[in-house]
Design a protein around this ligand. Structure first.
Ligand code: SAM
Length: 240
């Protein structure tokens, strides 16, 4: 018998997300609409509504549903917003955001993940999402400025380019920390041309943000400094 994904999704929203304090009705409604089972690897569908991240290939993960909800709520998405996501992975978070915001631009460094995410979004008819392969720490200059930017991987610092691509009043949500796989979720709000406000939202564990303004492939800070306290080769999932 086909599992009842609709019921599993309702239960997930109630028990994993709303009960933990996510109140934004736009976020809860969007998560109720998006079939998460379409975004996991074949064979993992039955775990799609479990309370954790899942593998999506290329050694990457689809984030824990609660973490997706928390980040989108923190970004305060509005229906007219233009949003950038760095680290599109399976395309799930971009799909959820596309049900709230006017337009979503999403960048992912792994080509195979972008190809799979594009297929899923097309199948679901989510036409207001644009996906591309690249290094998201360099932003998406042609589409900037953005009302919100979500980064789904952890970097050693907040990439300057992403701060500069925020509209005035725009919000950037990003895991930041000098240890890979352990960060603080940070919210950066652009108050004016030159002023930003920063807020810490608590501890998280994301896969590393790899790029020009993130970590280098070899685990070093891209600026060239060795990394203190790097946890070598141990991949904790995000959303712990
Ligand atoms: N939001 C995704 C989802 O809903 O499936 C989960 C993304 S996963 C936790 C983080 C992703 O960030 C990985 O797929 C990884 O390849 C990607 N990534 C890491 N550094 C990146 C960069 N500089 N630019 C673009 N993508 C990056």
């Amino acid at each position: 018998m086909m599992p009842d994904y609709g019921r599993a999704r309702e239960r997930m929203v109630d028990t994993q997300i709303a009960r933990r304090g996510v109140r934004d009705t736009r976020v809860l409604e969007a998560i109720r609409q998006v079939p998460r089972e379409e975004f996991v690897d074949p064979g993992f569908e039955e775990f799609a509504y479990d309370d954790g991240p899942l593998p999506i290939g290329a050694n990457q993960t689809i984030s824990q549903p609660y973490m997706v909800a928390l980040m989108i709520e923190a970004a305060g998405l509005q229906p007219s917003d233009r949003v950038l996501e760095v680290g599109a992975g399976s395309g799930y978070a971009a799909a959820v955001m596309s049900r709230i915001a006017a337009r979503v631009y999403a960048i992912e460094r792994h080509e195979q993940l972008v190809a799979a995410a594009k297929r899923r979004l097309q199948k679901l008819g989510y036409e207001n999402v644009e996906l591309r392969v690249g290094d998201g720490t360099r932003g998406w200059p042609e589409a900037a400025p953005f009302d919100a930017i979500l980064v789904a991987a952890g970097g050693p610092e907040v990439p300057m380019t992403l701060k500069e691509e925020l509209a005035i009043g725009g919000r950037l949500i990003i895991p930041v920390g000098l240890q890979q796989f352990h960060q603080t979720l940070r919210k950066v709000t652009r108050l004016s041309e030159t002023q930003y406000e920063e807020e810490d939202l608590g501890g998280v564990a994301f896969v590393p943000l790899i790029g020009e303004q993130g970590w280098a492939e070899n685990g070093r800070h891209s600026a060239g400094n060795p990394v203190p306290g790097r946890s070598r080769g141990r991949a904790l999932p995000e959303g712990l």
